[in-house]
Design a protein around this ligand. Structure first.
Ligand code: IMP
Length: 498
């Protein structure tokens, strides 16, 4: 595919997610990685993200390594930047997966400054988030970044120095023990067993630090050839005018700095956070594409989601740990996307879009596209959008798009704004105490009721769908640069400029 009309002469391109993650940016990143990029960089998050990459027709499930890693033999350089929460065990698992398919990785670069995820972080994450928590992915992301900000974390460079590694691991464990005591030894052991980490268990000290040191030393042997100062690698690539792709993780609305705090992840998922975590300045980025699912959206974990189909019923169903894809089919069977009951319609759209987590297998809550939140995301990620998963709603008779809200909560002050029940909000107030009380107001449109997955150009798209795309462009002052109409790389349509 010729991506030139989309990318033009840009040398540094960022692909970010304008919603709560899972917009299908993995496919877009893959496309740009295979067809365009020389260097692919992850700058934020860690193994909490997940996407499926197709390599030689076979799916790969990646969480941590950049999407271009399977194309190592083509000389593509994949970089794990300094902003990443790096889990060495997960990296080795993904390298093993690639090796099993005959991919010998040689050009991977892992920042010596990336934050090291330790087993203590994973266990703490799982224990702290039990019950009414954030609904984290349980990959240790929050505790790793907490240690970084508290200046007690380990960095990837520590893997290169055995004595330093052992000393810092012991010190870090001392810090964790005081927090693990709160949960008690049985709870810690239970999590360790569940994770298959019984060898880390110590009856009195919670963790057998020698076992952790031994495991991390072994991981370091596997990874040390890839560890380097990636900032200088990236700066060199910039000077040499290489084509650099920044691969976003999670979504703007989950950003620690700009999302629906505290129901967020622990890194800044905006293009600014991504550039920074990759070792670049924001001004180095020539083009940013905000990937946006249309005309529905999803969320995993707790936190406000004004347009969620089925409201509290859906929240309870999706948050229940025993709800899986199979269980949902067992209980509700196959559900139509036009089901008259919103909760069931949400299930229908979840099934049609296969909206179940790649990392956790959890069902993603579904809801209609929320334009005030999209406009907010654009203030940080810019106006160029890529709309994905259009084909999911091919059979939907009515499409609703939220263009404003009615505030229905108690009197609340948010910044300079004093809110009372009944107030109409045309802009999103990204304050969870406001958003959780926002009742969406919808514009309704007839569905296009035509198969779109075979469309190959914008003019091929059904007229009703084109009208909806124009509506979104007008309402959000955006430019919809491309749309995706299926999972395959060819099901990607660039909007040619007149
Ligand atoms: P954490 O990143 O594991 O700490 O989880 C914090 C919040 O971000 C939870 O609500 C997760 O469900 C959500 N989250 C983290 N990664 C992803 C992702 O890749 N897609 C969607 N949600 C995510």
């Amino acid at each position: 595919m010729n991506l030139h009309s989309l990318i033009g002469d840009a040398r540094v391109v960022g692909i970010v997610d304008n919603q709560f993650g899972d917009t299908g940016k993995g496919k877009v990143v893959d496309l740009f990685a295979t067809e365009w990029a020389d260097v692919i960089i992850r700058g934020t998050g860690g193994a909490n993200s997940g996407h499926t990459t197709y390599f030689k027709g076979q799916p790969f499930f990646f969480h941590l390594l950049p999407s271009g890693t399977p194309y190592d033999a083509d000389g593509k350089v994949n970089v794990v930047g300094r902003g990443v929460a790096f889990d060495p065990a997960q990296a080795v698992r993904e390298l093993d997966l690639l090796a099993a398919r005959g991919v010998v990785v040689q050009h991977l670069k892992i920042s010596h400054m990336a934050k090291l995820v330790l087993p203590f972080h994973v266990v703490l994450d799982r224990l702290k988030d039990r019950g009414e928590g954030i609904g984290t992915t349980g990959r240790g992301i929050g505790p790793t970044y907490v240690d970084h900000c508290a200046r007690i974390g380990l960095i990837v460079n520590d893997l290169l120095n055995p004595d330093v590694l052992a000393r810092k691991l012991r010190r870090n464990l001392e810090d964790k023990v005081s927090r693990l005591q709160h949960f008690g030894p049985e709870a810690v052991q239970e999590v360790l067993v569940k994770l298959g980490w019984s060898h880390y268990h110590h009856p009195r000290k919670y963790f057998d630090c020698d076992a952790v040191v031994a495991a991390y030393s072994a991981l370091s042997e596997r990874l040390k050839q890839f560890i380097c100062d990636t900032d200088s690698v990236v700066q060199r690539a910039l000077t040499q005018k290489k084509r650099i792709l920044l691969e976003g993780a999670q979504g703007l609305l989950l950003s620690i700095d700009h999302g629906t705090y505290p129901y967020v992840t622990s890194s800044d998922c905006s293009i600014r956070g991504l550039a920074h975590g990759a070792g670049l300045r924001l001004r180095d980025v020539d083009a940013t594409f905000g990937v946006t699912k249309a005309f529905y959206m999803t969320r995993v974990g707790a936190g406000p989601f004004p347009t969620e189909f089925g409201g509290a019923q859906s929240v309870a169903w999706c948050a229940n740990p025993s709800t899986t894809k199979d269980r949902e089919i067992e209980v509700y069977g196959r559900v139509l996307v036009n089901h008259p009951d919103p909760f069931h319609q949400g299930i229908g759209i979840r099934q049609a879009g296969n909206e179940y987590g790649t990392t956790t297998g959890r069902p993603r809550s579904t809801g209609w596209l929320d334009l005030p939140l999209l406009c907010y995301a654009q203030t940080l990620n810019g106006p160029r959008l890529i709309l994905t998963k259009l084909d999911v709603l091919d059979e939907c008779e009515t499409i609703k798009i939220c263009d404003s809200y009615e505030y229905v909560g108690p009197p609340h002050r948010s910044g300079a704004l004093q809110l009372h029940s009944g107030a109409i909000l045309r802009e999103a107030v990204v304050d969870q105490d406001v958003l959780q009380h926002c009742r969406p107001i919808y514009a309704e449109f007839p569905g296009w009721l035509t198969k779109t997955s075979d469309c190959t150009s914008f003019v091929d798209l059904p007229e009703k769908l084109q009208a909806l795309i124009r509506f979104v462009e007008q309402q959000t002052a955006s430019e919809i640069a491309a749309v995706s109409v299926g999972p395959g790389p060819s099901q990607f349509i660039v909007q040619e400029k007149p």
